[in-house]
Design a protein around this ligand. Sequence first.
Ligand SMILES: Nc1nc2c(ncn2[C@@H]2O[C@H](COP(=O)(O)OP(=O)(O)OP(=O)(O)O)[C@@H](O)[C@H]2O)c(=O)[nH]1
Ligand SMILES: [Zn+2]
Length: 195
Amino acid sequence: MVTIKNRVVVPLEGAETPPEFITFNGLVEEHVAIVFPQLKPGNMPPLVRVHSECLTGDTFGSLLCDCGPQLHEALSCFSREGGVLLYLRQEGRGIGLYAKLSAYALQKKGLDTFEANRHLNLPEDARSFEPAAQMLKALDVNNIRLLTNNPDKASQLEEYGIGIESIIPTGVYLNPSNRRYLEAKVRHKKHTIPL
Ligand SMILES: Nc1nc2c(ncn2[C@@H]2O[C@H](COP(=O)(O)OP(=O)(O)OP(=O)(O)O)[C@@H](O)[C@H]2O)c(=O)[nH]1
Ligand SMILES: [Zn+2]
């Protein structure tokens, strides 16, 4: 059973009311929840973003993917309205940083993002979103509005017992370097990205 281990208030640039960083007992990886206080009155279920770690995009602003802008969109939206960011340590869709960089090298040779993983004898997508559902339950959040373009996130969360009141797509963060990546997500995994 996953339970809350610790809650620490961390002031963040741009967030008038600082969020809590919450750690958990019972998870295999060190996933963290960042909980922004509800600032908009009403009884809507909280906005939630389940974000998989992307060192290159989230931290260094890589243009090969859309992770960085999606993360910053969620942070600025939650700072204004409130919400829960689950930051999952699932670098490279769960295959890890070195394997993701190997997959990038293969993409330079023409493979798409999913073919590149397979070429490395790795799953196309090694993530399970069960830990996200466990974290939400530990936070007593059982019904959510989910910010994602990935239909698999919503269906896995429902399968693991989280009610999805609505799915809100993120912005479209297209640039010349990530076009093939976004197209592959739409083609293979039915991501809702209007390209
Ligand atoms: N293996 C691999 N992982 C990648 C690649 N590009 C980005 N990632 C990882 O993909 C994960 C993000 O997955 P995405 O498919 O972009 O988006 P998503 O999380 O499924 O869906 P959204 O909720 O709409 O963002 C992060 O963990 C990134 O590190 C790549 O070319 N190969
Ligand atoms: Zn990324």
